[in-house]
Design a protein around this ligand. Structure first.
Ligand code: NOJ
Length: 748
């Protein structure tokens, strides 16, 4: 070996030891982080707080200079490998990148939208689905997903209702935690695990009028008792990160909200994980009118303990100046860097920065597709089934399939499907054709409307001819995927275009009509509901919509979904939700709900004084927790152990569930409580527990719930969390409107 080569080799060894001197797998994590931090320049530290999109023009250079901590939206495994190599092999300290992506309901195998997942009321299944998504994403080098979204909302106009778990705090918390467990697995360091990012902190779903990004005017009690509790659940489940929100909360943008982020999340809840801003939400504080310039935005976000800035450039441009000005200390930056480095160590990125794609299960493998199919089946909600028209009887010889969503492989996938492909999707039409062939059924198909928004019905005469010849009509209605999701809010949530006219036209023939609705939100369709014999609400079911829906319609499996959100009759009823307050003049069944019924020149007080609409009453179209089955169930022997409980005791509730019908089917038993009198008025009902149980005909199951009385509290007028002594009602039932009622008392 020549002298010069030897010198170079020694120099290289010395350098590589120096570069990696912080990596020592036997050292504890904090020491490793501290050792690395001690070697970092201020620029390198700030670099860790920067997140850039995969197509950023200076990406490579910035990575080589240690100027980027995380890259989002780069999922081509070759590219991911290339940029990770740049970070690990070319930057001075070799700190790996955190590759991030919105893996919202599946990666390549697209699962039902999250709102649909909540309709399954099956936590194990949703956790399994998240595991599928994590494994597929991690196989491409993605180790951080911006999900679950647990922004509780009471507004189906809001396009992002599709992305969350509905209107209830317990459901949002439990399903959010299930996704966290599925993503993060037993250990973040497992190469198939990805870090979860419950979002958006906070109150993003409270957007005024359901207009996305809009102001959240929210009472302290709704914020603390309705919106924030799901976040506590996901952090208890170990969520590694969270994301701030675009909206302002009572005048302060969420991304600069120190009372919520620093005082509550960090100091009170002791959240040690990474807080990332939303896309440019740091600099948008200026647009809100809360800061004067990007420098002040950086200051506000830093003071609120936002660790990483997504996409905008306030941190990289101004943090140094802010230290020089004495507005922040280097320690503030150190704290943020430590949290980010810690996550990278926990993910095992220092030891194993590159994804070994070939060692992972294939994308879209049969196991993954089967999970997607089961989820699509369990999340469909049977809203109506007159004369038991479903499941389709063996006597059916001719079917006609009609509608814009029967064969819409792109739209059945729903919103946020960056990595899903319509070529992978199996549509209801494809599956129904296959099943019809097997059963010797003649099947005709008419798209009728080009899209869900089209105003012209194509081929009216041909449709009517086929309907006349058919034994039954299967309509596929709903929304295209583009009509829900981020910034895709609607003022009118009726079935769009000429869909209602289509129903009316088909119904005139008098054949049984079954509608399957694929949508990203509750849509309103009261006008045509009486013309439909059955309605199956399938949401946007994902890749396996076809096989799932065909099995449901033909009765291979029974529907078992329950609504995670109240369905209004009319958009003007919004907000309408099950856990509302009583008011001093509660509405009753005597309430008017048809303007025409009101006598002309009726005296002012003759038509009652209760809280309702003269034209739409007070009831929803379908209540929260509702959903039918092909079977029937009886809930009996409802008991609670002890009628007087102290705070901290467990409330033990039991019941017997019997399948009294003739199909194997699952029922969701739901427990609600109501505190009769409180220092602040209490909602009429609050979901406390649920269990989904599969039973064969005539089988019964004893069901037991253990509810911690500590969880029955709320924030009193002094904003202290209290569980108050007094009388409570409890219901055990199969929807928020049907249950067997008992009472108990909490004593001092
Ligand atoms: C904006 C969305 O609000 C957020 O949820 C998402 O994760 C980011 N864009 C990144 O795509």
């Amino acid at each position: 070996m020549s002298k010069i080569v030897k010198v170079l080799l020694l120099a290289f060894l010395a350098f590589s030891q120096m570069a990696c001197s912080y990596i020592n797998s036997t050292d504890n994590l904090d020491n490793q982080v501290d050792k690395l931090l001690a070697q970092m320049t201020l620029d390198e530290k700030i670099g860790q707080l920067v997140q850039k999109n995969g197509d950023h023009p200076n990406l490579d250079k910035m990575i080589e200079e240690g100027g980027i901590g995380s890259v989002l939206n780069q999922v081509n495994p070759d590219e991911v490998l290339r940029i990770q190599r740049l970070a690990v092999e070319e930057s001075r300290l070799g700190i790996p990148l955190l590759i991030a992506r919105d893996v919202i309901h599946g990666f390549r195998t697209i699962l039902p939208i999250p709102l649909a997942q909540a309709a399954s009321w099956n936590l194990t299944l949703v956790e399994e689905g998240a595991r599928v998504a994590a494994t597929e994403a991690a196989s491409q080098g993605v180790r951080w997903s911006f999900a679950p979204m647990i922004d509780l909302t009471r507004d189906p106009r809001w396009g992002r209702i599709a992305e969350g778990f509905g209107e209830d705090p317990l459901l949002n918390g439990e399903f959010g935690a299930a996704v966290v467990r599925g993503f993060q697995g037993d250990s973040l360091s497992n190469p198939t695990s990805i870090a979860a990012c419950p979002k958006h902190f906070a109150a993003y779903g409270w957007a005024e009028g359901g207009r996305d990004y809009n102001t959240a005017n929210i009472s302290e009690s709704d914020l603390y008792d309705i919106v924030l509790p799901p976040f506590i659940k996901v952090f208890e489940a170990g969520a590694a990160t969270t994301m701030t929100a675009f909206n302002e909360i009572n005048g302060i943008p969420a991304t600069g909200h120190a009372p919520l982020l620093r005082d509550l999340l960090r100091n009170k809840w002791n959240f040690q994980g990474v807080v990332v801003s939303d896309w440019e939400s740091v600099t948008q504080m200026e647009v809100h009118g809360y800061t004067q310039n990007p420098k002040q935005s950086a200051l506000k976000a830093m003071q609120a303990t936002v660790d990483m800035e997504m996409a905008s450039t306030a941190y990289e441009t101004h943090l140094k100046e802010l230290i020089a000005d004495g507005k922040i200390e280097e320690k503030d930056i150190d704290d943020a860097v430590k949290r980010i480095l810690r996550l990278k160590f926990e993910l095992g990125l220092f030891d194993n920065p590159y994804a070994h794609t070939a060692e992972f299960p294939e994308l879209l493998n049969p196991k993954h597709l089967n999970v997607a199919k089961t989820m699509a089946q369990e999340s469909a909600v049977l809203l109506k089934n007159s004369n038991r028209v479903l499941p389709l009887s063996d006597d059916i010889k001719t079917l006609v399939v009609i509608g814009p969503l029967a064969d819409a492989p792109h739209d059945q996938l729903g919103t946020w499907i960056f990595d899903g492909r319509k070529e992978d999707a199996i549509t209801p039409l494809q599956s129904l054709k296959a099943m019809a062939k097997e059963k010797g059924i003649e099947l005709k198909y008419h798209r009728a409307l080009e899209t869900s928004r089209s105003k012209n019905i194509i081929g009216k005469q041909a449709i009517l001819n086929d309907v006349r010849r058919a034994d039954l009509v299967l309509l596929f209605l709903g929304e295209e995927s583009i009509l829900s999701g981020e910034s895709h809010s609607l003022a009118n949530i009726d079935l769009q275009g000429a869909q209602m006219e289509l129903v009316e036209m088909v119904a005139t023939v008098g054949k049984p009509v079954v509608a399957t609705i694929l949508a990203g939100r509750p849509v309103t369709f009261e006008r045509v509901e009486p013309m439909l014999d059955a309605v199956l609400y399938a949401w946007h079911p994902g890749t396996m919509a076809g096989p799932a829906i065909a099995d449901l319609l033909f009765g291979v499996v029974s529907p078992s979904g329950k609504l995670p959100v109240t369905f209004p009759r009319h958009v003007g009823q919004i907000p309408i939700y099950y856990n509302h307050k009583r008011t001093g003049k509660p509405a009753s069944n005597q309430t008017w709900e048809r303007l025409d019924d009101i006598p002309v020149e009726a005296p002012q007080l003759s038509i009652g004084n209760t809280s309702h609409y003269l034209d739409y009453g007070f009831e929803p179209m379908y209540p929260f927790g509702y959903g039918l089955s092909y079977s029937s169930f009886q809930i009996s022997e409802v008991k609670i152990e002890g009628s007087k409980l102290s705070v901290g005791d467990k409330l033990i509730v039991s019941a017997l569930l019997t399948n009294t019908g003739d199909h194997e089917a699952a029922e969701v038993v739901q427990v609600y409580t109501h505190q009769l009198v409180g220092s602040r008025t209490r909602p009429v009902k609050e979901l406390r527990a649920f269990q989904k149980v599969l039973l064969s005909p005539d089988d019964s199951a004893h069901i037991k719930f253990s509810i911690n009385t500590n969880d029955l509290g709320f924030h009193n007028p002094a904003m202290e969390y209290v569980v108050e002594p007094g009388q409570y009602h409890i219901w055990v039932g199969n929807s928020s409107e049907h249950g067997i009622q008992l009472s108990f008392e909490i004593i001092n």
